[in-house]
Design a protein around this ligand. Structure first.
Ligand code: SAH
Length: 384
């Protein structure tokens, strides 16, 4: 069994730095690249990063890297890797993904087939099985991914299983939900801290509010789900339980939070409440049916995060124009509040009536969106 692994946390474009920051906050050195963050660690690191990273997509083990321009290079390169350290006899090991970019080898199904043959041959040799007799694949699953970029092959094993955005709390999601890890990333990009009020006035299924409450209470994002590595024989079940127990100890269910989610649609409020209940947060977040136009508050120094309908998605464009204009009017008096609005509408600022202090390009799935950021002016207390 291996002690140390080369690992990669994959991330949506624009969110790599947030993932990098989360990894460093866990005391792990890392290198941020396009769409991914590279780091190293042991089995505990694999368990902890899967359980705790809020903004990442998946955690993968890098089994090896080598150059290849021909199928023979590919076969020999995959064959040379130490598969015996990962795959027990009987394991399922689909080559679940092959991706070729700017490379001589570009036929992805063939890359999959050749890689599979190479792993099979290596295991047959290691476990002294006759060639020609297929290996039985009846045990735990190890999904292998092969990516070729500019003739450089990277071979990985996925440790997460379902993508990490699937926390397990979202029973229903409504029409246009934001991914949980993207919501968590935006909260971490914002200037919200758990001691500030937070409002999502277009909360839909409640994702921003639930993610914020989990951050505020230090609840591990993955506590409610399973991971691929939990099926693997070389991952000690006691260690997994220990890391889960430590996470449970870390959680601060008494944290004093002020988080509210509103939506015009009563059905969405029901869904948001149900989702919050899944995480045990039903009493923590105030969900209420309300139109954004009716938002008023006397509180100060809060944060509004909104992912309103976009033209393409939920409403017709005229309705969206009116809504953005009304949002601008309702938010304007809240001068001490910061506002973060995520939309694909490139004319948002014009409709909203104010130019953002900062804009950040992100992707909601494949849709390009911008996070428009307006920073509140802090209220100074009177010193008499
Ligand atoms: N981030 C949410 C999705 C938001 S979709 C999630 O993760 O689920 C936009 C939401 O805005 C929809 O739920 C829609 O009902 C709501 N909405 C549309 N017009 C509104 C208005 N005038 N006031 C409040 N909410 C509105």
């Amino acid at each position: 069994m291996k002690e140390q692994f080369k690992l990669v946390a994959t991330a949506a474009a624009g969110l790599e730095a947030v993932v990098g920051r989360e990894i460093r906050e866990r005391g792990i050195d890392c290198q941020v690249e396009n769409g991914k963050v590279l780091f190293a660690g042991d089995v505990r690191t694999i368990i902890e990063t899967n359980l705790w990273l809020r903004a990442a997509d998946r955690i993968k083990i890098i089994v090896g890297q080598f150059p290849a321009k021909t199928f023979e290079d590919l076969f020999q390169g995959v064959f040379a890797l130490d598969w015996e350290n990962y795959l027990p006899l009987g394991a399922k090991f689909p080559i679940s993904k092959a991706k070729c970019v700017k490379s001589t080898l570009h036929n992805e199904p063939s890359v999959q087939a050749i890689s599979k043959k190479a792993v099979v041959k290596k295991l047959q040799k290691h476990y002294h099985r006759p060639e020609g007799v297929p290996l039985q694949e009846i045990g735990a699953e190890f999904k292998i991914e092969v990516s070729i970029l500019k003739d450089q092959v990277t071979v990985m094993i996925d440790t997460s299983g379902d993508s990490l955005f699937k926390r397990g709390y979202r029973t229903e999601k409504g029409g246009a939900p934001i991914k949980e890890n993207m919501a968590a990333a935006i909260l971490q990009l914002s200037n919200w801290y758990p001691d500030k009020p937070l409002i999502d006035p277009t909360c839909g299924s409640g994702t921003f509010c639930i993610e914020a409450a989990m951050i505020g209470m230090k609840i591990a994002p993955g506590f409610n789900r399973q991971f691929a590595f939990e099926q693997w024989d070389w991952v000690d079940k006691n260690l997994v339980q220990q890391v889960r127990d430590e996470a449970e100890q870390m959680a601060d269910y008494e944290a004093d939070l002020d988080i509210s989610g509103y939506d015009i649609d009563a059905r969405m409020i029901d869904i948001a409440k149900k989702n919050a209940q899944e995480v045990g947060l039903a009493d923590v977040i105030h969900f209420k049916q309300m139109r954004v136009q009716d938002l008023r508050t006397d509180k100060v120094n809060g944060v509004i995060i909104s992912n309103p309908p976009y033209g393409e998605r939920l409403l017709d464009s005229r309705q969206v124009d009116v809504l953005y204009q009304e949002m601008g009017q309702v938010f304007a008096p809240l001068t001490t509040w910061s506002k973060f609005i995520l939309t694909s509408d490139e004319a948002f600022e014009q409709k909203y009536g104010s130019v953002a202090d900062k804009k950040r390009k992100l992707y909601n799935g494949t849709l390009k969106v911008d996070l428009y950021q307006y920073f509140g002016q802090r209220v100074k207390r009177n010193i008499n």
